[in-house]
Design a protein around this ligand. Structure first.
Ligand SMILES: [Zn+2]
Length: 277
């Protein structure tokens, strides 16, 4: 199993390897890591003017043409116009009227992005749990993006999942996707309250009625009447034996339990099969 554990590989970055040539532009893995790192470090905004939501280039604080290094501590992200205006000028010259901004950029450039900021705690928790029972390889989001770009795939959650970890080529893409979403297992609270917090109604003590529990995936085949037809979806059970079923097309109410067949027990997750794209 391959897990995207971190947004980018800070270990490689802080090892301090300088970028070789124009590596940061030519689609190498290291270039992707650097770019993702810089975007996170500078909050996806131009370091000089603060513009967001615009294309951002990698800019050398101390220009390369004047001996500036390719280390990440000398790099910022800048919008295209700032990048062009600054060009080969020294940063002191470019920001001559703005000493405060200059000092802030310098301090921020030197400070490495902490690991804590680079990884969401959920991803780490997920990895720890998986690692206890499965052989797990971890990779960075930079690698995922690099893989996806090399394979020429559009951006989607599914294709990103396909591209996590070490990958040679993609020969086949997915058509259908099984989506597992959190649905919950219900509530312990046995009352519903009104707007003032007073009990409004009492909920039943048992979860199951006629062998079904709210959240079960069911199919009801109703032979006749206003609700005739086949309804597949999540059921909401009622003590009366008249259930509601939430299907893809809406909720059908008052379906008698004897028409209902169980497809899958509720386990706290909602499983749906959807078409990719
Ligand atoms: Zn700018």
């Amino acid at each position: 199993m391959h897990v995207e554990r971190v947004a980018f590989d800070t270990h490689t970055l802080t090892a301090g390897r300088p970028l070789e040539g124009a590596e940061y532009q030519q689609g190498t893995l290291y270039g992707y890591e650097v770019r993702e790192y810089l975007l996170a470090k500078w909050g996806r905004a131009c370091a000089y003017c603060g513009a967001t939501g615009v294309p951002l280039n990698i800019d050398h604080i101390h220009p390369r043409s004047r001996g500036g290094s390719d280390r990440v501590s000398n790099l910022v992200v800048a919008c295209i116009s700032c990048n062009q205006v600054k060009d080969d000028r020294l940063v002191e010259e470019f920001l001559s009227g703005k000493p405060k901004l200059l000092a802030r950029i310098r301090a921020h450039a030197k400070a490495p992005l902490r690991d804590a900021a680079a990884a969401q705690s959920t991803r780490w928790a997920l990895w720890r749990r998986l690692d206890q029972r499965l052989p797990v390889h971890t990779a960075s989001g930079g690698r995922t993006k690099w893989n996806r770009t090399r394979a020429g795939l559009p951006k989607s959650h599914t294709l990103d999942a396909l591209c996590a970890g070490k990958l040679d080529t993609v020969t086949e893409t997915v058509q259908t996707v099984l989506v597992a979403g959190c649905a919950g297992r219900g509530t312990h609270c046995r009352t519903r309250t009104d707007a003032h917090g007073f009990p409004r109604l009492r909920l039943p003590r048992t979860k199951q009625f006629f062998g079904f529990a709210t959240g079960d995936l069911v199919r009801a085949v109703v032979p006749a009447g206003k609700k005739a037809g086949t309804h597949t979806g999540r059921v909401a059970v009622r003590a009366t034996g008249k259930f509601n079923i939430t299907t893809l097309h809406g909720t059908v109410q008052g379906i008698h339990h004897r028409h209902v067949r169980l497809l899958q027990r509720a386990d706290g997750y909602a499983y749906t099969i959807t078409k990719e794209q």
